[in-house]
Design a protein around this ligand. Structure first.
Ligand code: HEC
Ligand code: HEC
Ligand code: HEC
Ligand code: HEC
Length: 372
């Protein structure tokens, strides 16, 4: 039985180097499974357009989008549609992205994007595509209700696959003349639709839908299992190599960071200033950007990253998030009152406030903001 394999988008991972590494593995395997078309999701631009294109070239992945453009040139960044012949039917596959979805790439120097209105885009494109194909398929990267709205507005879509959704469509559902399909996220479910298509006009005449959870009841493929196991080892090596770029060269195994709370009781005034400062939010800043496993960022947004017994992703060292008292003053176990701690703290700023990350840095102005 001929099969058309479709993906509604957001194949790529979150914006950090580990996920990017994992995404390449995923691309290779998805390509191996023979997916025919992938509708562009905003996540698929997380690592920039260059990376997306390189994955398409390297693994032959078929991404498509009819409404995402390079803002500078006004040109579509991907093929406007895809044509796939299967079982004697010619399918035209189009995808649109919800303009409300923020596209944020990890690469600062990358293109800016412009996302056109999905309805206006399809109103012009679908009739043009119908001339060339038997059956029109929409990969709407729009979520549930928006996909419904678009399908109601546009004539001539035979099959719709909803992307950017957390919901499965488990029963036969027809909206106007369109067959509505959808399977939840992260490949947790496999949606399977048996379609009977009239070869004369490309219309779907009958449909039977099945959604299978990809849980423990589905036996693992031994070959794939081995690949995943090997990949996990490569991921560990990759993470270690990145951590190794910031060796724990400073301090001593004998000393410890006691944590900011341990200072609070005796230094109430200093605490109050610190609690209001940006330093106490430095880790949250990374979390908000999904970069809190990134050694390249943690090195300055945590306490003692390059010190023995300093910040690590694992307990108990993971409580040393943020730029705490001891990031400037040093190990709490070395607490002294001889003035050394004050001098040490004054010299600490420029380690993190370097030209690249804090171009405006000036000791007097900056100290004035956190004086204690
Ligand atoms: C361990 C790294 C580190 C050290 C050491 C450090 N900072 Fe910072 N500082 C940061 C980070 C990271 C931020 C940004 C925090 C955020 O907003 O997430 C920051 C932000 C600030 C801000 C807030 C900037 C603004 O405009 O609101 C001031 C002021 C500041 N630092 C002053 C200092 C001074 C003065 C020193 C030295 C006495 C110092 N810092 C030492 C990492 C450091
Ligand atoms: C060499 C130290 C250093 C590194 C590495 C570093 N930062 Fe920072 N970051 C700072 C400092 C210092 C500031 C405060 C700059 C200022 O206000 O002058 C800052 C500020 C920021 C801010 C602005 C905070 C705000 O609310 O205005 C963001 C966002 C940020 N960093 C994210 C990152 C990310 C993401 C990475 C990793 C890719 C990173 N930083 C790596 C030192 C660093
Ligand atoms: C961003 C770096 C930084 C952080 C974070 C920081 N300090 Fe300081 N602290 C300094 C610097 C620099 C001085 C010395 C300022 C001076 O005398 O010019 C100082 C001075 C002090 C002093 C001596 C004050 C005096 O003059 O007697 C105490 C006590 C102190 N800090 C406690 C704390 C405590 C407690 C925290 C956390 C709640 C904290 N500091 C967080 C940089 C920092
Ligand atoms: C049991 C009470 C106590 C605790 C806990 C404590 N300190 Fe102190 N600290 C003092 C006293 C007392 C002084 C000397 C008087 C002063 O400067 O306030 C002092 C002085 C300091 C100074 C000035 C040192 C100098 O040479 O002038 C700094 C900086 C400091 N403490 C930071 C910290 C930090 C950071 C922590 C948490 C890791 C901390 N203290 C925990 C009691 C404490």
């Amino acid at each position: 039985m001929p099969v058309l394999q479709l993906d509604g988008g957001d194949l790529f991972g979150r914006r950090n180097q580990n996920e990017r590494f994992q995404t390449e593995f995923l691309c290779e395997e998805v390509a191996d499974l023979g997916v025919d078309a992938i509708g562009l999701g905003e996540q698929d631009l997380n690592y920039g357009l260059k990376f997306l294109r390189s994955m398409m070239d390297k693994y032959g992945l078929q991404f498509t989008s009819a409404n995402v453009k390079d803002a500078a040139t006004g040109k579509l960044i991907l093929p406007e549609y895809l044509i796939v012949k299967r079982g004697g039917i010619t399918f035209g596959i189009v995808s649109v992205l919800d303009p409300a979805q923020k596209i944020l790439t990890m690469t600062a120097d990358d293109s800016q994007f412009q996302v056109d209105d999905p309805v206006a885009t399809l109103r012009e494109l679908v009739p043009r595509l119908r001339e060339k194909v038997d059956t029109v398929v929409l990969l709407g990267h729009l979520g549930d209700s928006q996909t419904d709205n678009v399908v109601k507005e546009i004539q001539g879509i035979d099959i719709s696959v909803t992307g950017h959704t957390y919901r499965n469509i488990t029963t036969e559902r027809i909206l106007n003349d369109t067959v509505m399909l959808g399977a939840s996220y992260e490949g947790r479910y496999l949606g399977d639709a048996d379609l009977m298509i009239d070869p004369d006009n490309g219309k779907v005449m009958a449909v039977a839908i099945k959604v299978t959870p990809m849980d423990d009841k589905v036996a693992d493929d031994p070959e794939m299992l081995k690949k995943v196991k090997d990949f996990k080892q490569r991921l560990v090596d990759f993470k270690e190599a990145k951590r190794a770029a910031y060796p724990r060269t400073f301090g001593s195994d004998q000393e410890n960071f006691l944590g900011d709370r341990s200072c609070k009781g005796c230094h109430e005034d200093a605490w109050n200033v610190y609690a209001k400062s940006a330093h106490m939010k430095a880790y949250m800043t990374l979390r908000n950007k999904g970069q809190h496993f990134e050694p390249d960022c943690l090195v300055c947004h945590t306490t003692g990253y390059q010190y023995k017994n300093g910040y690590a992703d694992e307990a108990p060292y993971n409580r040393l998030i943020n730029v705490q008292c001891e990031a400037c003053h040093g190990y709490g176990t070395q607490h002294a009152r001889d003035g050394k701690w004050v001098t040490q703290a004054k010299d600490s700023c420029v380690v993190c406030h370097d030209k690249e990350n804090s171009p405006e840095f000036d000791y007097d102005t900056y100290w004035a903001k956190i004086k204690h």
